[in-house]
Write a protein that binds this ligand. Structure first.
Ligand SMILES: [Zn+2]
Ligand SMILES: [Zn+2]
Length: 263
């Protein structure tokens, strides 16, 4: 592998290292493309405990620019890992995907808006309505055209869902839209650092990558990429092989380069 587009920084309050530290690690391991995608801050301070303050956004992009200048041998991209704040209208394209800010956005639904307009936590989904709410939010997000790729689309499985009709419908909604909108889906390395849970047969499974989801993905024309989701420089390379093994086992179409058109 020569690229990684899912990299955090210490600004998010639960990661270590700044862009230069990740660049150094990347070069040591022969990486050629490194994209930063720290958790996106919001002007209203929503979910601020796990992300930089909105006022730090320019500091973040300046730190990436300094790293880019310090390591010209590396292709460095500036991005953000972003929830779909449809409650903020066009805030995302107007204030995040604009000159001097992000070149690309990774969609990530750590939370989703339910049918009552309330934010719900995607980490603990276990009802049919929850799974379908997550999927509906994902579909709407992908259809905006604002997101270059979808990080851990199978995060819905973290709460311990079983592979029933609702989980299959949720997965099909996501996969069909990713195919229609040409959104690459991420096999997320960070899932391999998480504690095992039990599936409906009592067998241990990772909370994600959720293997039934990736098996179903073979029925669609979707591209997948491996994202380190590194919260420490040494995690840039810790479990990439595991994600690649999943991709190869199912025969998924792996890409190394995300379609970033901005400069
Ligand atoms: Zn994080
Ligand atoms: Zn992440």
């Amino acid at each position: 592998m020569y690229s990684n587009y899912h990299t955090h920084t210490a600004l998010c309050k639960h990661a270590e290292g700044m862009p230069v530290d990740y660049c150094r690690e990347a070069i040591d391991h022969g990486l050629r493309v490194l994209g930063f995608s720290d958790h996106c801050p919001w002007p209203d301070g929503l979910w601020d405990s796990v992300r930089m303050a909105y006022s730090q956004l320019d500091t973040y992009f300046a730190a990436i620019q300094s790293a880019r200048e310090a390591f010209p041998q590396l292709e460095v991209h500036a991005g953000l890992e972003t929830e779909f704040r449809k409650d903020l209208g066009n805030f995302i394209p107007e204030n995040l995907l604009c000159p001097d800010r992000a070149e690309y956005l990774l969609l990530a639904l750590h939370s989703y808006l339910d049918s009552n307009g309330e934010w719900q936590d995607s980490w603990r989904l276990h009802t049919d309505e929850g799974l379908l709410g997550y999927a509906r939010h994902a579909v709407e997000a992908m259809q905006t055209g604002w997101f270059t790729a979808f990080a851990h689309p199978d995060l819905f499985a973290h709460g311990g869902c079983v592979w029933d009709d609702a989980a299959i419908e949720c997965s099909r909604m996501i996969l069909q839209t990713a195919q229609d909108c040409h959104i690459p889906l991420e096999l997320n390395c960070n899932g391999f650092h998480r504690k095992l849970i039990r599936d409906e047969f009592g067998l241990p499974r990772r909370p994600y990558p959720y293997l039934p989801f990736w098996a179903l993905a073979t029925e669609y024309d979707v591209q997948v990429f491996v994202g380190a989701d590194a919260h420490r420089p040494e995690f840039l390379f810790s479990t990439n092989e595991d994600c690649l093994a999943v991709a190869h086992y199912y025969g998924l179409q792996v890409i190394e380069t995300l379609p970033i058109h901005r400069t």
